[in-house]
Design a protein around this ligand. Structure first.
Ligand SMILES: N[C@@H](CCC(=O)N[C@@H](CS)C(=O)NCC(=O)O)C(=O)O
Length: 198
């Protein structure tokens, strides 16, 4: 029994996988509680905000909100900057990945196929390139946000790049991030980190 129990869906993506990678990167054991969608629906009424991931911390309680969980792991194990301005910069990146996610998730709720396609094409033509350029401007020497060492914010950039690069989102071309060399380099560096390789 470890000090941490992460509950998330049973797939290697999105918010829960960011936390799994952070734990692996920190070399910290955790219970990886993976739920089916049916199990989630049963548990949902008991969840603090009705969603996953949640992290149960031994003798302390339950934490929700992916970025709060990532910062907790990052601060406890040296994967979030100690200096306040640098930490705010990393927080900025982490929050903008959540904004990015919400923009794409919003299109998944559009039922009309033509409207969905148009919404996705608009994101690919405007929002995502501007988002990529914004992130690109925050990465200095690379390969990571802080230079040579990875932090939890880098894991979030990796997950955003991986999602687009998978080509799994219809009407958002998998090449959309190709112009963003520094963003791609962060993603490559995390992709080849043993924590991401499992
Ligand atoms: N703000 C929350 C969002 C959590 C969230 O929306 N999680 C999704 C999965 S990635 C979920 O549980 N969706 C199912 C639902 O809300 O019913 C966070 O950052 O952790």
């Amino acid at each position: 029994m470890s000090d941490y129990k992460l509950t998330y869906f049973d797939f290697a993506g999105s918010r829960g996988e960011e936390i799994r990678i952070a734990f692996r990167m920190a070399g910290v054991a955790f219970d990886d509680n993976r739920l089916s969608f049916e199990e989630f629906e049963k548990l949902k009424p008991e969840l603090p905000f009705g969603s996953l991931p949640i992290l149960e911390v031994k003798n302390r309680g339950v934490i929700t909100q992916t970025n709060a969980i990532l910062r907790l792991i990052g601060r406890q194990h040296g994967f979030h900057p100690e200096e306040r301005f640098a930490a705010a910069r990393h927080d900025e990146v982490m929050d903008t990945v959540e904004d990015f996610r919400h923009k794409i998730f919003a299109t998944m709720r559009i039922e009309d196929p033509a409207l969905k396609k148009a919404a996705r094409q608009a994101l690919a033509a405007d929002y995502i390139p501007k988002w990529g350029a914004g992130v690109e401007g925050l990465i200095k020497t690379g390969p990571f946000l802080a230079g040579d060492t990875p932090n939890v914010a880098d894991i979030k950039l990796y997950m955003a790049e991986k999602w687009i690069g998978s080509g799994d989102i219809d009407d958002i071309p998998k090449e959309t991030f190709e112009p963003f060399i520094k963003l791609k380099a962060v993603a490559e560096a995390i992709r080849h980190h043993p924590a991401a390789l499992k």
